[in-house]
Design a protein around this ligand. Sequence first.
Ligand code: 13P
Length: 355
Amino acid sequence: LKCSKVAMIGIGPFACAAIHLVVQNIEADDQFDPCLKVWVQDPLDEFEGRSLIDIVNTEHHHPKYLPGVHLGDKVIASSDLEWVASDADVLIFCPPHQHMQSITRRLMGKVKREAVAISLVKGMRVGRDGPQLVSQMIRKNLGIDCSVLMGGNVASEIAKRELSEAVVGANSRETGQLFRKLFQTPYFNVDIVQDVAGAEMCGTLKNIVALAVGIVDGLGCGCNAKAVIMRQGLTEMRKLSKTLYPNVRNETFFESCGLGDMITTCLGGRHRATAEAWTRAWKSGAPKTWSQLEVELLSGQKLQGVGTSNEVQEVLRARGWEASYPLFTTVNRIIKNYIPPTSIFTFRDGVILPL
Ligand code: 13P
């Protein structure tokens, strides 16, 4: 591809961090057009009374999601999805996963046939035919190839140029190389794995494990207990991925998309922190809902793992697999208030923690 036009669909915290990486590369490499169009879902979104689209287009930063980080002078934000996507050769998808179905439906037949896509979205959809990964949805609805970028990547740390790594899960080495060129910087290492479903399942499922770790933190347990959760979590992640997608590779779970992302999210992610706050509120006798905490702690963004836990549970229930995934099942029952957070370890040996 010569002088490829790149477009970003989404402008949440991770999308902003990804824009920050991508603009460094498209401005330096004449294989790419240096302009980056960015789709903003909500044209009325504002910060201190000013339109966020105007702020991004005139001051080139996003004060709400990645304050103080320069997004690049050639970033053009717009709420016109077709205008942003239709002339792009490379489409980067990074909106919340629950919006992907409507976004890809709106774009059906409107993107270049030879365009390639990459999804940064960590989540799945469960339809009548069963689970569908976001990369599969893009391939099906838009008829174009889709890779994924997954890894232990907290947005604010990337923005500070701290060392991070990720993998591009691609169907071919050549496409993997294209996306590596787009995202890699001296502090953001990108490896290529030819296991799209494996990388994407890792990024999606680890959010459930991070919720479990947050619950354990909220109960005041230490590191031994958290290790129990993470080990079991990784085991269930691998089992479900390989059962649903038999070509998924074992090695993928030891890449930055697997072990790396699980560690990052369980130590420093929003899932862990929100689940800890949720559990503390429950423990104090003044429980809060997930939506309440999303407003209080996440500027109203939806915690992807709560939706994912419900979606995964739908798959497990429909196939009669709940007993084979005791941690995923226990977490889902806790977050729905069917059982108390103190039951978190019942998946293992029936122990209910004393308060
Ligand atoms: P949180 O959504 O929990 O912040 O995790 C971000 C993430 O996926 C890190 O890779």
